[in-house]
Design a protein around this ligand. Structure first.
Ligand SMILES: [Zn+2]
Length: 850
């Protein structure tokens, strides 16, 4: 959308005209009207440089009235669709803007959803990055914090929730007014409004200085699945932990968590009114990995209440610090305050692999990114910002010490509460508490891109003792920085029971291209030498020959964390064409049964699936795939009845099943056969998984999808059905999905992403091949015409990644050379091409291996 961007320079300029300490908004919303727009009246007061000019941000289909300091301005003259121009400012100003704002269906601004179960309307806001302006007129930049007073008219049977506690007025003609207490100073992106006939559960947490009222909200039709006790328990544990380690009581008046439909991300840290994706209300059986992920998300958002909401980045350059801190703090609290004491194990597989992928794309960037404008930040919610940042923060903690790190964080909160900061403010405190100069660290880790590889090179004498152990450090030529790593090295041997047990741990600084580990000279060579044991640093880790052989033979004999590190190393080797897809699948089949962490199990199963679909030499694919399916079927059969492993293996088996025998078994499960996999509960979502597989294979059709939707006529059911329809193996089905996603903008975000997923099904390469050129042709138009979230979902989701052949790569490369595209859109296509090139290299490796 042209004209909606905002540059850092403009934001700086505006913050020099408007006094950041003076801004207040009263926002009156009328949610009792039609289905497409709602009334929005903003009264903003602020001090400014006299005579200067500035603007309020607002994206609204109609602006009826603008009054600046008593003078009525003509909206046609001062409003351009994105900004309300305010000229001739006084020292003290009052602006009133009356507008009709639009309900959104993309998960940005004020999203409107109709529950198909009972036709009830549910609304929620999502304002990060710049979408508060889709609801009220404001200075949409994080360093112009404001006190906001919301007044909301809503149907009388609705709940309305905002950042501050609200008072519900009397019913009048089926309507009711909610008046909220003024918020403390907040950045616009963490303000929120959630409204609808939500179901509520209440509790409280007795905190350090006060009792914090807690509430959980979800749609009425999901209420039976809301496990409030478990959610409140995690929430309370989080508050106890954070109030203690942050040294500061929870800063807001209450803490609501709202599970909302069609949410684009996992959750959002609105101050005191956190929104979560409602898939976190589990309506079907999920494994413990899902509970762990949900707890991690709850704690991540809670950490933001201090780091992000109370103390906020000045501009989006420091988004990485905001997100990385929250992720680091969430895993810390997960391991120290909840039952998921292996949280860092999951982190070592999920976050680390995400970071490694992102950091090796051509679009990688220093963690501390140069964010020139809003378009830059909108595509920057990536693996660098979240996962590499958090990994590097973990390394920083190892570097300065945990206690020193937390002491610095406490001093930082105390000094900057309710204010805005940049990185240097935090680092100043960390230098004080640790006594270490962080400028070189900052330069090496935050200002440069790319990842180092740590490769142990060992020599051994005839008696089996090391004569030398050298850690060689390298970097990709495009990003040649060699760094200082605080790291540990573990020496593991088989014990009498065949377990791999750590004999010794050495912590050291790995510095420069070669680091000799002098302590290991003369030491007996272990069965496994693990560099970066305990996962202190961020690096690609390689194994010497003997260690690799040990891992391939008996990865399951390790403890959870070192095992996770070995899974990550192997996955990275697969992606780097150093291990063939066939070998990787064998490794997984050898070790997965003994893997105890469900997060790791599911991640490794997904990696093996990608190995088969993307990284296997095409001629090897069918054999490998049926070997995989057969082995998973066996694992599902031998897993403990009703266990998480049984469910995870069953899902992975179903995703790979293709033989007539397997198709018949899937159909039998769907028909209620309880003998096939005793203990397995075929519930609503698993039914959809089974049916979708039959649809992909052509063994069930649209009528079966219709019948299933009849059984499950919920929002989630609609998503499953949309995915299934787009995955019907016919040209007509692909054409219909393409039409719905690319040629029309009517699909709400949740159905859009489901349709995209069904369209781009891995085993339907030939059906989507005709869409390579139409896809490329559509990219500029999609970027220009759709909202940021929708455009990204389509451009990333429909990229012909799965074709993974040389011809497709050439077509994309040629198109990129001639295309005129904004940087942010170009980046998405370049990343897709990089994945494709990587797949081609891995396929070549698999060809040679086979
Ligand atoms: Zn976050």
């Amino acid at each position: 959308m042209p004209g909606t961007n905002l540059t850092r320079d403009e934001a700086r300029e505006r913050a020099s005209v408007v006094d950041p300490s003076s801004v207040k908004y009263t926002v009156a919303l009328d949610l009792t009207g039609g289905e497409s727009t709602f009334g929005s009246t903003t009264t903003a007061t602020f001090s400014a440089t006299e005579g200067a000019e500035t603007w309020l941000d607002l994206i609204a289909p109609a602006v009826h009235e603008v009054v600046l300091n008593g003078a009525t301005l003509d909206p046609a003259e001062v409003y351009d669709g994105a900004r309300v121009r305010l000229a001739g400012l006084a020292a003290e100003n009052e602006v009133k803007v009356v507008a009709d704002a639009a309900y959104m269906h993309t998960g940005e601004g004020l999203h409107r959803f109709v529950d198909p179960v009972d036709d009830e309307v549910y609304l929620y806001s999502q304002f990060e990055v710049p979408d508060a302006r889709r609801v009220y007129a404001c200075f949409e930049q994080p360093d112009l914090k404001a006190e906001v007073t919301f007044v909301v008219d809503a149907p009388s049977h609705w709940e309305v929730v905002s950042n501050s506690p609200g008072k519900r007025g009397r019913t009048n003609n089926g309507k009711r007014r909610w008046t909220f207490e003024p918020t403390p100073k907040l950045s616009t992106y963490v303000t929120a409004i959630v409204a609808g006939p939500y179901h509520v559960e209440r509790s409280e947490h007795v905190g350090k200085e006060k009792t914090i009222p807690l509430a959980l909200y979800c749609r009425k039709s999901l209420a039976e699945h809301l496990d409030a006790d478990e959610l409140f328990d995690v929430t309370s544990r989080g508050f106890a932990f954070f109030e203690d380690v942050f040294g500061l009581a929870y800063p807001f008046a209450k803490y609501d968590q709202l599970f909302v439909p069609e949410f684009n991300a996992g959750a959002m840290e609105n101050a005191g009114a956190v929104t979560h994706h409602e898939d976190y209300v589990f309506r079907s059986r999920v494994t413990d990995a899902a509970y762990e992920r949900r707890a991690e998300t709850i704690l991540h958002e809670m950490a933001h209440m201090w780091f992000g909401d109370l103390v906020t980045m000045r501009w989006w350059d420091d988004l990485w610090l905001n997100e990385s801190f929250a992720t680091w703090a969430s895993v810390l609290s997960l391991t120290e305050a909840t039952r998921w004491t292996d949280g860092w194990t999951t982190f070592a597989v999920t976050e680390k692999l995400w970071a490694l992928r992102q950091d090796q794309l051509p679009s990688t960037h220093p963690i501390s990114a140069d964010i020139r404008d809003l378009e830059d930040v909108e595509v920057n919610f990536d693996g660098i910002t979240y996962a590499k940042g958090a990994s590097v923060l973990k390394q920083l903690v190892a570097w300065v010490g945990r206690d020193e790190f937390l002491a610095g964080v406490r001093a930082y909160f105390a000094e900057h509460a309710w204010g805005n900061t940049s990185l240097t403010d935090l680092f100043g405190h960390l230098e004080q508490t640790s006594g270490r100069d962080l400028s070189a660290w900052n330069e090496q880790w935050l200002r440069t891109a790319g990842v180092n590889t740590l490769q142990p090179v060992v020599t051994v004498d005839s008696a089996g003792a090391y004569t030398s152990v050298v850690i060689e450090q390298s970097a990709a030529p495009e990003h040649p920085t060699i760094r200082s790593h605080r790291a540990a090295i573990g020496l593991y041997d088989y014990d009498d029971d065949g377990a791999l047990v750590r004999r010794e741990r050495i912590e050291l600084d790995i510095d420069g291209p070669r680091t000799e580990v002098a302590e290991l000279r003369g030491v007996t060579q272990p069965d496994l030498l693990l560099v970066n044991d305990d996962d202190l640093t961020f690096a690609k880790v390689r194994l010497d020959d003997r260690s690799l052989a040990t891992v391939v033979r008996s990865i399951g004999a390790l403890d959870p964390l070192p095992r996770a590190l070995c899974w990550t190393a192997a996955t990275d080797m697969l992606r780097d064409a150093e291990m063939s897809a066939s070998s990787f699948v064998e490794l997984v089949l050898g070790g997965i049964e003994g893997e105890t962490s469900m997060g790791v199990v599911q991640h490794v199963l997904a990696s093996a699936r990608a190995a088969i679909e993307l990284y296997a030499w095409p001629a090897n694919r069918t054999v490998l795939s049926s070997r995989w399916a057969a082995a998973l079927r066996q694992l599902a059969g031998s897993a403990e009845a009703g266990s998480d492993h049984q469910l995870a293996f069953t899902r992975a088996w179903v995703a790979a099943a293709a033989s007539d025998e397997h198709v018949a078994e899937i159909a039998a499960l769907l028909d209620g056969d309880e003998e096939l996999l005793p203990g397995l509960v075929v519930d609503t979502d698993l039914r959809w998984t089974l049916l979708q597989r039959l649809v992909v294979l052509g063994a069930a059709g649209e009528d079966a999808v219709d019948a299933e939707l009849e059984r499950d006529s919920t929002a989630t059911g609609q998503r499953h059905a949309a995915l299934a329809r787009a995955a019907v193996p016919t040209y007509a089905a692909k054409a219909a999905a393409w039409q719905a996603v690319v040629e029309s903008d009517e699909l709400p975000n949740a159905l859009l992403t489901a349709t995209v997923r069904g369209f781009a099904h891995p085993e339907q390469r030939e059906l989507v091949r005709p869409y390579v050129q139409p896809y490329l042709d559509a990219v500029p138009r999609l970027w220009a015409e759709r909202t940021s979230e929708s455009a990204q979902a389509i451009i990333v989701g429909l990229f012909p990644r799965l074709l993974a052949d040389a011809a497709t790569a050439a077509t994309v490369r040629e198109w990129l050379a001639g295309a005129e595209l904004p940087d942010a859109a170009r980046r998405l296509v370049v990343e897709g091409l990089a994945d494709l090139d990587r797949a081609l290299r891995a396929q070549e490796r698999d060809r040679q291996a086979g």
